[in-house]
Design a protein around this ligand. Structure first.
Ligand code: FMN
Length: 161
């Protein structure tokens, strides 16, 4: 067994679990859009329709997500790795050059994703160095095409055959 305190080894083991990649967005109190790349998104319940994702306690966007009351989960398409990279960096204007529109509640909805879920914040729970945010799905869209996949710390290139 590997040593639990070895964060690198633990991340490597956790990274063996393949996930999709989403950009979770919300509106700040001043109306500015905020968003970040996550792979902690998962479905929880159908009745009521609940999903969750986890946000780093040190995120500069924590307060914005806590007060917004709603958020959107934009599930990225295979060709949108560059958007995942953009929203995984603490840059000033993450939305610059990204095609998006204001959806329900003014939430930033990215173009050409494979799915988008508009959620009301349902509850919030402490989760160590992250906060676990549950959302009740109010509306959703989905579209054909391959989703972006993240595994072993890297984006998987879709098969071309
Ligand atoms: C594939 C991938 C998945 C990520 N998943 C999460 C996540 O689930 N929760 C989180 O807080 N940060 C996650 N991050 C890190 C954030 O995207 C990154 O720290 C980003 O800069 C946060 O934005 P902010 O600093 O504006 O809050 C992930 C990064 C990558 C590349």
């Amino acid at each position: 067994m590997a040593e639990i305190a070895d964060h690198r080894a633990l991340k490597q083991a956790l990274g063996r679990y393949a996930t999709g990649v989403a950009v979770v967005t919300a509106l700040r109190a001043d109306g500015e859009p905020v968003g970040l790349t996550v792979n902690s998104f998962t479905s929880v319940s159908l009745e009521p329709p609940l999903i969750l994702w986890c946000l780093d306690n040190n995120s500069p966007n924590l307060a914005a997500f806590e007060r917004a009351g709603h958020f959107a989960v934009n599930v990225l398409a295979a060709e949108q790795g560059w958007i995942a990279t953009r929203f995984a960096k603490p840059v000033e204007d993450k939305f610059g050059g990204v095609d998006w529109r204001a959806g329900d509640h003014g939430l930033p909805v990215l173009a050409e994703t494979v799915a988008c879920l508009t959620c009301r914040t349902y509850s919030e729970h402490p989760g160590g160095d992250h906060v676990i945010l549950l959302g009740e799905v109010e509306a959703f869209t989905d579209a054909p095409g391959d989703p972006l996949v993240y595994v072993d710390g890297t984006y998987q290139v879709p098969r071309t055959e």
